[in-house]
Design a protein around this ligand. Structure first.
Ligand code: NAI
Ligand code: A1CAB
Length: 279
């Protein structure tokens, strides 16, 4: 695929194009970005990354053969309506939209277009995304392999059943935000235990990084690694007791389940919409 077109120039789009450029997967000159009408945002992206920009959807579809859909789910219908007349057999679509199934996109495009769904996260911007991926009815295995290799350049990729993408969204698509929220709490804790902001932040980042690498490199269960930290009657036990007695695990499970449920809600709302339109 020579050129990519990214429709929707927001947080996820920027994370991906940044990763593609950093990973030398696509030169900026081969990336075309558009959004609904925010020329200033597009100019900022062009200044920062050197990508091509245009508010002319026809131009984007003519220039690019690989098209990323990266608008919010609520905007997908209008976005697809604005491009479908320009879609040809040269196009392969990769959608990163939460909760919008490939069949819905195919129906909105009114063509048997190859569509692949990817659920990355914003760590793609530093090429450390965790991406789940599934192909639609008209995408080939070769196209799925191409898409997988593309996202492997900006992190890890797991091919899943499309039905599992709601779970992937809840766990990993939204996952960075849970960690950032934990860090916000730890930063407040650092302040309350008498550390200045910069010192606390430095300790927190290294502790998170170290724990992440311990999980990755030792391949030990988190419960085992936690026990290795927890001296009987020591400081860790005192801290973990607070988490246990306040339902920390139960809250995290519910957090992920609610995010998955929202992804399913989005999916069902689009299916309902299409059913009504067919009627
Ligand atoms: N932000 C994240 O961490 C992740 C987001 N996603 C998915 O990526 C998509 C975008 O999310 P964000 O980047 O956070 O949203 P965002 O609001 O930052 O970006 C959305 C972009 O779509 C553009 N847009 C809206 N209507 C359009 C139209 N008709 N034509 C062209 N562009 C249009 C907007 O101008 C905006 O630039 C969502 O579907 C979300 O589910 C997926 C994984 C992670
Ligand atoms: O919050 C959202 O809906 C998007 C999808 C996964 C992460 N952000």
């Amino acid at each position: 695929m020579k050129n990519i077109g990214i429709i929707g120039a927001g947080s996820m789009a920027e994370a991906m194009l940044s990763g593609f450029i950093q990973g030398e997967v696509y030169d900026a000159q081969h990336i075309y970005v558009t959004n609904k009408s925010n020329a200033e945002r597009l100019n900022d992206l062009q200044r920062q990354y050197g990508v091509n920009i245009s508010l002319n959807k026809k131009e984007i579809l003519e220039k690019a053969d690989l098209i990323f859909l990266a608008m919010k789910p609520k905007d997908v219908k209008e976005a697809i309506h604005s491009i479908k007349r320009y879609v040809t057999e040269k196009h392969l679509f990769i959608s990163v939209l939460a909760g919008v199934s490939t069949s819905v996109i195919e129906e909105m495009l009114e063509k048997k277009v190859p569509v692949i769904r990817a659920m990355p996260n914003t760590s793609a911007s530093i090429r450390l995304s965790a991406t789940g991926m599934a192909k639609g009815a008209y995408a080939t295995d070769e196209q799925l392999t191409f898409a997988k290799n593309l996202f492997k350049a900006i992190g890890t990729v797991e091919i899943v059943e499309e039905e599992q993408l709601d779970a992937v969204t809840g766990l990993a698509g939204s996952g960075p935000a849970y960690i950032y929220y934990l860090v916000e709490a730890m930063e407040l804790a650092g302040k309350e235990v008498g550390l200045d902001e910069e010192t606390a932040r430095s300790f927190i980042i290294q502790t998170l990084y170290g724990a992440s690498e311990m999980l990755k490199q030792t391949k030990k269960d988190a419960s085992v690694l936690r026990k290795e930290v927890t001296s009987p009657g020591g400081t860790t036990e005192a801290g973990i007791h607070v988490l246990k007695t306040n339902g920390f695990k139960e809250m995290m499970i519910e957090c992920v389940k609610q995010a998955q449920a929202r992804s399913k809600e989005l999916k069902h709302s689009f299916n309902e919409m299409l059913l009504k339109e067919r009627a």
